[in-house]
Design a protein around this ligand. Sequence first.
Ligand SMILES: NCc1[nH]cc(CCC(=O)O)c1CC(=O)O
Length: 307
Amino acid sequence: MIRLGTRASKLATTQSGWVADRLREAHGVEVELVEISTEGDRSSAPLAQIGGTGVFVAAVREAVLDGTVDFAVHSLKDLPTAAAEGLTLAAVPLREDPRDVLIARDGLTLGELPRGARVGTGSPRRVSQLNALGLGIEIAELRGNVDTRIGKVAGGQLDAIVLARAGLLRLGRADEATEVLDPLQMLPAPGQGALACECRADDDATTALLSVLDDPDTRAAVTAERTLLATLEAGCSAPVGALADVVWGDDGDELWLRAVVGDLSGNPVIRRSASGATSEAAALGRRLAEELLAEGADQLMGSVTTP
Ligand SMILES: NCc1[nH]cc(CCC(=O)O)c1CC(=O)O
């Protein structure tokens, strides 16, 4: 029996259950899910106030380090980019669709929402890019799990919300989306749609067990995205979007990385892209971040008070 530490939300336990099934298939090993309450789940304060998405992972990481569990499954986009002392990212499985979606009343798309429509999101990244579209919508703060958020539209408190398609797909609710947002309008969070299987750095057995789940293309893409985020020295809750795709180039696989940085007003936002060898994913992320910094990204991000 191997113990898997997970947040207690339906999305987190569903994601962890998926990993447990893959390990059972690959190794015939029994996996016990251990639910751990995190500060991010207990607090209803705006994310930016309580320290960004890192608050969803600290308690689960503690449980891995103190041996309560053997490994943890996180949403990769909630993991701080700084290396965690004593832990290793043993596997990043094949990524789910990384795009954001809109769930709006009456089946409306973003372009069909009337001026003044109230759109809920807790993500500065989404706020910045929604404002950059200049649709005249009103942004409303939004916290809570997927059910709570969708309920705000169904209940009429909001006209629409923006959330990750990956979460809806894993919960079997992707058909409730009224529009899948094109990355040209809404670049996702670095690592969005990807899972992180993390264990103790000195636990070779668990590292080996998890490594079968690692998907090389996903690993390369999220390495570029998260290295960009780390180089910008932006926290998980900064208005930074990034998406890397592995594309077939003339001389084999290439990694194409797009990124956007803004402030909450979305005016201006800086969008840049670059490509490079899949094997040089971290260098690509660093290079594009440095280009964004040369264009004034740090002034833009600095103007957003994120902890
Ligand atoms: N803390 C929010 C969070 N962390 C991971 C996901 C979605 C699943 C993923 O990105 O893999 C979400 C919800 C959302 O952004 O809609």
